[in-house]
Write a new protein. Structure first.
Length: 617
């Protein structure tokens, strides 16, 4: 029996599928007492959310046709045998699709690159100074989160999600616990999902519908949990028949009981913040495919930009759709222009009617040209200057698409015009304005990545593993006392985030250089040192932080104080020893010993220390 916070799909694999019996049990499960009321609530909510999504859904169809045809499904219907047909019939000029690829790749590499650190675990109380145990726990936990993300399908899922976000403005991602990968991520495509906001204007409700075969349904939910329709098809060996599976994730509120009996229905226990239900869409069965609860939100919804209470986001392709339509039309006309120049429409003498005629090379057309009349001629001649003007306009429109999709930002170095930058400051100033334009998008993405990292952390806190001796131990180490009741904070150190902070870094570097020059000048002039106005310790820590310097490589304030105290003690001891009685006599004796020590060449050790030359005077 599965617990309320687990589901069969956490363990789905070919191994689990191989354990399913070829025939279902004869004793069919009894109908759940409250399922029909829950089913009515889910189907009603799904229909309502479909109505609210209508305007977005129709717009997505246009966006998909011109930017990303393979990531959109118009209708979720089972057994669609034509799903492999050509989808790119609207695209003649592929520049928009390539710009989407560049923008999505730039967001993926800039925000969550698998080749470098892009987030850090810290504490939400900056005035608390952590001890060594606290820092060690944060570093160990951070490394384990990175390991889970790298060994799962996180990075491939995010690469696809950023394409969806660029085109449709929205990209929901399910985050499930997984037996093999610890965590696994599922990207839903446009046309599958429905979203709704909570009171804080953040997404808290996700419905979707998708098609699964009998084999997939049994693999995901186990044969014993499948309705009778699926079990009979499994028994008959009809494994590839599809059903539309509906899925709901929403806050775990009570549902009013329908009928004569008053009261309420609790779908999952009240200690869960969210609930999830899978069922066959439009088919009344005895029970749900799966019911479970979550303590934290099991999905995130990337959004490029939001407006008020809209549940769906708006992306840059919505700005570039007019330009993309224009270049499709212009490219079509350019092809027609070239075709008319190479194969123009022809006029002919009436005598040639029903006679063989051709404009193909090496072919002959016979005609009567008596009286200097033309027998076969092009109806019009194209002007080559028009082709140049048309090509130039297409190039301008492509540049507008690139600007809408931030291609000039993500390809800033390779496409930089004019004089190349001479130093880091010039490069930073050139791109700072465009980075500020992208800033709100980065902040929205980081809010959703917070959900992802916290979800993975929550999964790790529940999971166990075996150590070298075979003993079952938690995946995460116990929290040290210094982190008890201290909230954790996620700080992002991605490439785009560092690029945004580079202006501050360059400004601090210039300030340090100027302060050093002024300090030297003040010492030479015998005036107070102006560098005294800078708190060097705090400035150094802040500079290291904005440049992503490892915190475990810096001493804490307490360690610095201990080192300062030890240094002062050693200086005081050295001063005391120098002033002690007999110190002067010891120095004289040491000098006499050095002067009496003869070296080859006739020089003494003392003379050699003083730089004197040996030999006869």
């Amino acid at each position: 029996m599965l617990a309320a916070d687990s589901a069969p799909y956490e363990q789905m694999s070919p191994t689990l599928l191989a354990k399913q019996p070829p025939t279902p049990r004869k004793d069919e499960k009894a109908e759940s007492q409250d399922w029909q009321t829950i089913y009515a609530h889910l189907e009603s909510s799904l229909a309502s959310m479909r109505s609210w999504r209508w305007s977005w859904w129709t717009f997505w169809a246009v966006l998909a046709a011109f930017f990303l045809p393979y990531r959109y499904t118009w209708l979720q219907t089972a057994n669609r045998m034509w799903r492999g047909s050509n989808l790119n019939q609207q695209i003649i000029n592929s520049h928009g699709l390539l710009a989407v690829r560049t923008c999505a790749a730039g967001m993926w590499t800039g925000l969550c690159s698998p080749s470098r650190p892009w987030f850090k675990l810290g504490i939400g109380l900056p005035w608390v100074d952590l001890d060594a145990d606290g820092k060690s726990w944060l570093k160990d936990t951070e490394e384990k989160i990175y390991t889970v993300l790298a060994q799962s399908n996180f990075y491939t899922s995010m690469a696809q999600a950023f394409r969806d976000e660029t085109v449709f403005g929205t990209a929901p991602i399910l985050i499930y616990e997984d037996q093999e990968d610890v965590a696994r991520f599922y990207v839903t495509s446009a046309g599958e999902y429905y979203l709704a906001n909570g009171g804080r204007n953040s997404t808290v409700k996700l419905y979707r519908e998708f098609t699964f075969t009998v084999l997939q349904i049994v693999d995901m939910f186990l044969l014993e949990n499948c309705p009778r329709q699926v079990q009979l098809l499994w028994q008959a060996g009809t494994y590839d028949t599809e059903f539309v599976v509906a899925h709901a994730i929403e806050p775990n509120f009570d549902i009013a009981r329908r009928g004569t009996n008053a009261g309420k229905i609790r779908v999952v226990p009240s200690n869960f913040a969210f609930r999830e239900v899978y069922w066959l869409k439009g088919i009344k069965t005895a029970q749900a495919l799966s019911r479970r609860g979550f303590h934290d939100m099991p999905f995130m919804a990337l959004k490029w930009a939001t407006v008020s209470n809209d549940a769906y986001g708006r992306g840059p392709c919505m700005d570039a759709i007019g330009d993309n339509k224009q270049i499709q039309q212009e490219d079509l006309r350019k092809a027609e222009f070239i075709e008319k120049g190479v194969r123009p429409p022809m006029g002919a003498d009436p005598e040639l009617k029903n006679e063989p005629a051709s404009i193909m090379p090496a072919m002959i057309t016979y005609m009567n040209t008596a009286g200097q009349k033309k027998g076969f001629w092009p109806l019009f001649e194209v002007n080559p200057q028009w082709l140049a003007a048309l090509t130039a306009d297409i190039s301008k429109v492509e540049q507008r698409i690139d600007h809408c999709l931030f291609v000039d930002l993500f390809m800033a170095i390779s496409k930089m015009e004019g004089v190349q930058p001479r130093n880091e400051l010039e490069l930073t100033k050139r791109d700072l304005e465009r980075l500020q334009e992208l800033g709100p998008v980065i902040n929205l993405a980081e809010k959703e990545l917070d959900i992802c990292i916290q979800r993975v952390l929550s999964i790790l806190q529940r999971r166990t593993t075996r150590d070298a001796t075979g003993k079952v131990v938690p995946m995460l180490k116990p929290k040290p006392q210094s982190l008890a009741n201290v909230p954790l904070k996620i700080t992002y150190v991605s490439i785009l985030k560092l690029a945004q902070r580079s202006a501050e870094s360059v400004a601090m570097k210039d300030t340090f250089a100027t302060a050093g020059s002024l300090s030297s000048a003040a010492k030479a002039a015998g005036v107070p040192d102006p560098i005294r106005v800078i708190n060097l310790d705090k400035a150094m820590r802040h500079y290291a932080d904005i440049n992503n310097f490892p915190t475990d490589s810096m001493f804490t304030d307490d360690e610095v104080k201990q080192h300062d105290a030890i240094r002062q003690q050693e200086m005081a001891k050295a001063k005391t020893d120098a002033q002690a009685p007999g110190a002067a006599m010891a120095a004289v004796n040491a000098a006499k010993t050095l002067s009496d020590t003869q070296l080859p060449g006739g020089n003494s050790a003392l003379g050699a220390m003083l730089g004197q030359q040996g030999g006869a005077a």
